[in-house]
Ligand binder design. Structure first.
Ligand code: SF4
Length: 234
């Protein structure tokens, strides 16, 4: 049995394997019903905000910050750009000044691009590339926005995905390459997978990482992925 972080050949991700992985996580955790909203009138733009605020902070802090933002006005790009105390409103969500600048940059890009009416006509590749070009928006945040706000089929290769897929044997090596893992998974997506399936896969991976495949001392005896996991019992 190899240890996490050691270089070595990764087991190939296959369509059948990925389908089984998904089915087992669904069986364990049930439907996840992401994305949670607070502003029913602007659920899509709320995803933009949540995707930026969740960088390096717990979701409970994001929820508090979004609630404060909502008291100040609707969750729209225009309202955020007009908010003179944007950083103060999101204080609960970590480095608030940096995140306020990132939000402002994202809002400006969104408005200049023509909002949802225009962006809905863009190809997924163009949308993700343009999002990544916005200051402070990395590949993971861009893909989360593309997936949840635009229903585009993207696999979010975040730290939780790397943790579980490394242990499972589907990723190896010391360097985590976001784009490589994303493409490997998408290349082997089961037939008929749509954005809703990627949406659920990401949510299930996060849930499994938090509840079972912990960073330290994963609860392998309670894990539905135990059969077939290359590194259980770390
Ligand atoms: S068997 Fe253990 S290491 Fe493997 S995915 Fe499950 S909890 Fe993680």
């Amino acid at each position: 049995m190899s240890r996490a972080g050691e270089a070595g050949p990764a087991a190939a991700i296959t369509r059948a394997g990925l389908a089984m992985f998904y089915d087992r996580l669904t069986e364990a955790h049930g439907p996840q019903h992401w994305w949670p909203h607070q502003d029913a009138a602007h659920p899509r733009f709320e995803i933009f905000i949540g995707a930026v605020l969740t960088q390096h902070t717990a979701w409970t802090n994001v929820e508090r910050a979004i609630a404060t933002l909502l008291e100040a006005g609707p969750l729209t790009a225009e309202a955020l750009l007009a908010n003179d105390d944007l950083a103060g409103c999101i204080r609960q969500a970590g480095p608030h000044r940096v995140k306020a600048e990132r939000l402002r940059a994202l809002c400006r890009w969104f408005v200049e691009a023509g909002g949802f009416e225009a962006l809905d006509t863009w190809s997924t590749a163009d949308l993700c590339t343009a999002l990544r070009d916005v200051r402070g928006i990395g590949p993971e945040t861009a893909d989360v926005i593309a997936l949840y706000a635009f229903d585009r089929p993207r696999f979010v290769a975040d730290a939780y995905a790397f943790r579980i897929l490394e242990r499972y044997g589907w990723w190896t090596g010391r360097t985590r390459r976001y784009e490589t893992l994303r493409l490997r998974v998408e290349d082997q997506a089961p037939a008929g997978w749509r954005a809703a399936d990627y949406d659920e896969t990401h949510a299930l991976i996060v849930e499994h990482a938090k509840r079972v495949c912990h960073k330290r001392r994963p609860a392998c005896d309670d894990c539905v992925l135990l059969t077939g996991c290359a590194q259980h019992g770390l």
